[in-house]
Design a protein around this ligand. Structure first.
Ligand SMILES: [Fe+2]
Length: 338
């Protein structure tokens, strides 16, 4: 906790220092385990940031859903509401090229490569990273050709995904990995904001033998995502319990493309963020570009980001004694209004 108080005691630099906490795990050499893992200050920070993040995403998703319904009044209920997981197949012209492009992709060791502004998890057990991940799966670099191909694929299935989701959407982080035989993942939920979902694409197909994702549906039944090359699945990764099911011994590692899918006010399938880490941005990315004098004071994207960092700091520590010392910097944050 002292670490967070130290940031607060340096109010002129507090935004920069708070942002540095989140940058710390990224941009470090291969094999590096973040000092934030298990750090009590990082855990307090994470809990506060997550609380604000989930609230922001809930409100944002509700607005995006209303917007979509207003523009598409004849569309029925989103398919994912009833099924919680939807499976499809890529258009034929992409199937072979995606598999060959994936198989050409360069294998790289796991490393912490979380994009800036994306969530991090200080609860990860340092004993399990990164060697454990390399033991269970191979990770692959995304080429510019693969980025262009994925953007074309997502554009092609965008209308189908809108019908599944019931809102416009944009692509978040992408990662490419292959699950190795004999290394099933554990059953879990992802713990993301519920509005952010996960799209899995299986370039070589998925089933119990070649490896798949196993889902426990809302009715309690357990299903394996099953399909040939180019199968995709969009599912509620934070409400459905699921696991990576490894290929049976003797099979090749199972190629997987994992993409976070975010609600949006217009569909934008462009791949902008990729790496070894998939996840979600703490805040909806559409706040970018709010500059201009037609907007009320304090609503530039930079100011919104600075306030979210300071609010996180306020939530993560005990407030009362510190507030007075930093009062000029807390104007507009809502902590001085009572
Ligand atoms: Fe998961």
């Amino acid at each position: 906790m002292d670490r967070l108080k130290a940031i607060l005691s340096d109010p002129e630099n507090s935004v920069r220092l708070a942002a540095a906490i989140e940058r710390e795990p990224a941009h470090l050499p291969d094999g590096y385990v973040s000092p934030l893992v298990g750090d009590p200050s990082a855990i307090q920070w994470y809990r506060a940031r997550k609380a604000l993040s989930f609230y922001a995403w809930d409100i944002y998703a509700a607005a995006a859903i209303k917007h979509y319904r207003a523009q598409n009044p004849s569309r029925g209920a989103p398919l994912v509401n009833a099924r919680s997981a939807c499976v499809g197949t890529l258009p034929t012209q992409f199937i072979d090229s995606l598999e060959s492009e994936y198989l050409r992709s360069k294998e790289v060791p796991w490393r912490d490569e979380r994009p800036e502004g994306y969530s991090f998890d200080p609860f990860n057990n340092p004993q399990s990273l990164p060697g454990y991940r390399d033991e269970c799966m191979t990770h692959h670099e995304m080429s510019s050709d693969m980025g262009a191909l994925l953007s074309a694929i997502l554009t092609a299935i965008a209308p189908e995904m809108e019908a599944v989701l019931g809102h416009y959407w944009s692509a978040g982080a992408v990662r490419l990995f292959s699950q190795k035989p004999g290394h099933d993942g554990g059953f879990h939920t992802d713990g993301w904001p519920l509005a952010v979902r996960k799209l899995m694409i299986y370039p070589s197909g998925a089933d119990a033998e070649k490896g798949t994702t196993t889902l426990v549906l809302r009715d309690g039944s357990t299903v394996n995502i099953t399909g040939g090359k180019g199968t995709w699945a969009l599912f509620e990764n934070s409400t459905l319990v699921h696991r990576a099911t490894a290929p049976l011994p003797g099979n090749n590692p199972r190629p997987t493309i994992e993409i976070s899918v975010m609600p949006a006010f217009r569909t934008d399938p462009t791949i902008t963020v990729h790496g070894i880490h998939v996840g979600y941005p703490w805040l909806p990315p559409d706040v970018k570009g709010l500059e201009g004098d037609a907007i009320p004071n304090g609503f530039t994207s930079e100011e919104i980001n600075a306030r979210s960092l300071l609010r996180t700091l306020m939530l993560a520590i005990d407030l009362p004694d510190e507030i007075k010392a930093t009062a000029p910097y807390l104007r507009g944050l809502g902590y001085l209004d009572a």
